[in-house]
Design a binder for this molecule. Structure first.
Ligand code: TXA
Ligand code: MG
Length: 344
């Protein structure tokens, strides 16, 4: 394992020259920070196990956690996976987009990418720069989120640079802020008659159900989690994934004016929307909100950037409101907040 370099990776503007340079890095087996519509990814050639090993090293990610393979278009799907009719239907309706499908894998996909599973997770990202880089590199790109393992997901190039400084990552492609802000929805279609939701994300599960014309089963522990201050819901999923700020985080179903008045001076609150009446001046620096109107897409887009900012400010504890309900992006936002509040 190469010794970590102390310097931070460079942020490159998406000029044709830089894109060609980054494609060459990827063809040579290097890793690159790339913008997706969801969150920034840490990309490497998906069919090159040694290149993908660089992803795991840079993130400090256990090799038991498989990667998502990104394609430039649905035409390449059959080269890495065995698509079924349900997958093709979803791909036609939702790609490019924040939906990842788990399917039986082809032999060309290295075991490191799939954590030894006979299946592969695959999607076509809805970010023109990411797809351009896949095309220029001329191969599918494996990419997890570009954060140190267990930390808040990156939604700007600066988050990636700061989070992975001192690792072997040298370059981050700047694509601005991620427009969706939470990672892709993952649906397991290895049994197309019994689709299963593995992770709520940027595409609402009811959209998936409408396309498939059948119910998608949810993980048992997710929907019913109750949110109490300081009490973490059980982390669902195959691996207990964390999104933890360094600052302790408590979740609340609602932080009203009275709750904000009780906030200790060294703690901060993150609301889902701007309060109806103005926040008193003495409280204002400690109270932030994610949206003007409560729109879930705006909340999702701003969530991780707000957590990054608050985490850098040195509060003793953070308090956040989590959205209720099972529709749209609410389950994905609640899932990420619950995991951010869970103790490691
Ligand atoms: O939006 C996204 O999905 C972002 C961008 C970069 O595309 N990527 C992302 O990757 O969130 P990551 O590694 O943070 O999450 C991928 C998750 C893994 O943790 C694992 O739970 C699941 O996808 N996964 C990957 N391959 C799988 C497989 N063969 N079977 C089941 N789950 C799998
Ligand atoms: Mg990740």
């Amino acid at each position: 394992m190469p010794a970590p370099r102390p310097s931070a990776p460079r942020i490159l503007r998406p000029t044709p020259v830089n894109l060609a340079r980054l494609a060459a890095v990827l063809r040579r087996g290097g890793i690159v920070g790339v913008p997706a519509e969801t969150v920034y990814g840490l990309a490497a050639s998906a069919l090159d196990a040694e290149a993908c090993a660089g992803i795991f090293r840079a993130k400090g990610r256990p090799t038991t956690d498989p990667l998502i393979v990104h394609l430039a278009s649905v035409r390449e799907l059959a080269s890495v996976a065995e698509p079924n009719a349900a997958a093709l239907k979803l791909a036609a309706a939702c790609w490019p987009g924040a939906l990842t499908l788990v399917l039986p894998k082809r032999a060309c996909v290295p075991d490191l990418v799939t954590a030894g599973k006979p299946t592969v997770a695959v999607r076509v990202p809805d970010h023109p720069l990411f797809r351009k880089l896949i095309r220029l590199a001329g191969r599918p790109l494996a990419a997890p989120s570009a954060n140190p393992f267990g930390y808040i997901r990156p939604t700007t190039a600066a988050h990636v640079r700061d989070g992975l400084a001192g690792t072997e990552l040298r370059h981050v492609l700047d694509g601005g802020e991620c427009p969706v802000g939470v990672e892709s929805t993952i649906v397991d279609l290895t049994r197309p008659d019994r689709p299963r939701l593995l992770r709520p994300g940027g595409v609402a599960v009811e959209t998936v159900e409408a396309v498939l014309g059948c119910r998608v089963s949810r993980p048992a522990s997710r929907g019913g989690a109750t949110i109490r201050p300081g009490v973490a819901a059980p982390a669902p999923g195959m691996l207990a994934q964390h999104y933890s700020p360094r600052t302790p985080l408590s979740l609340h179903s609602r932080l009203d004016a009275a709750a904000l008045r009780r906030l200790p001076a060294d703690e901060a609150a993150l609301l889902l929307r701007r309060p109806a009446s103005p926040v008193p001046e003495d409280l204002a620096p400690r109270v932030r909100w994610l949206s003007e109107t409560g729109a879930l897409d705006e909340i999702a887009r701003r969530l991780f950037a707000a957590l990054h900012r608050l985490d850098a400010e040195g509060w003793r504890r953070l308090h956040a409101e989590a959205p209720a309900g099972g529709a749209g992006l609410a389950p994905a936002i609640r899932d990420r907040l619950t995991r951010a509040a869970a103790k490691r």
